[in-house]
Design a protein around this ligand. Structure first.
Ligand SMILES: [Zn+2]
Ligand SMILES: [Zn+2]
Length: 157
């Protein structure tokens, strides 16, 4: 599969871009995503365009449930499972396997925090997807580290 979306954007080794709406047919797909403890969070609880969804445990003061989001970059598809969502509410986002909260790494333009979903098992902030803790806020970001990624690919030979 193509990884062009990691390679776009000049000579900087650290890139941070806001993910914008895109035709899901053309979007690149996240095929690896991990919690801070290395559990994969791609599951078949919900699928989007034939791809496994990114599965997150979400908690508020009174309940917890699952939020599954589309792994297709630029696709806003998301599904709530067993959760009474209140739009605008800020929730805790955790691993569905170990319940470890995903770390906050930045402030969202809406005032809530962005949490980092790691796209590499190294669980490093230079390679992650950022999603907002506020239900209904669809701001998301893609962080990648071009040079490191290329280097590690060579390393795997
Ligand atoms: Zn975990
Ligand atoms: Zn937000």
């Amino acid at each position: 599969m193509s990884i062009n979306w990691l390679l776009l954007g000049g000579h900087q080794s650290q890139k941070r871009e806001v993910i914008v709406d895109q035709d899901p047919q053309k979007g690149e797909v996240i095929t690896e995503c991990y919690c801070p403890n290395g559990h994969t969070i791609l599951t078949d609880k919900a699928q989007f365009h034939g791809h496994l969804g990114l599965t997150l445990k979400i908690k508020n003061k009174t309940s917890e449930g699952l939020l599954v989001i589309s792994p297709v970059i630029g696709d806003r598809g998301r599904t709530f499972i067993d959760f009474e969502k209140q739009l605008g509410e800020v929730v805790e986002i955790c691993c569905p396997t170990c319940s470890e909260p995903f770390p906050l790494y930045n402030v969202c333009p809406c005032g809530a925090h962005l949490v980092a979903l790691f796209t590499s098992q190294k669980a490093h902030f230079s390679q992650c997807i950022g999603i907002c803790q506020r239900l209904g806020c669809l701001h998301s970001e893609l962080l990648s580290e071009r040079d490191l990624r290329l280097y590690s690919r060579q390393d795997y030979l």
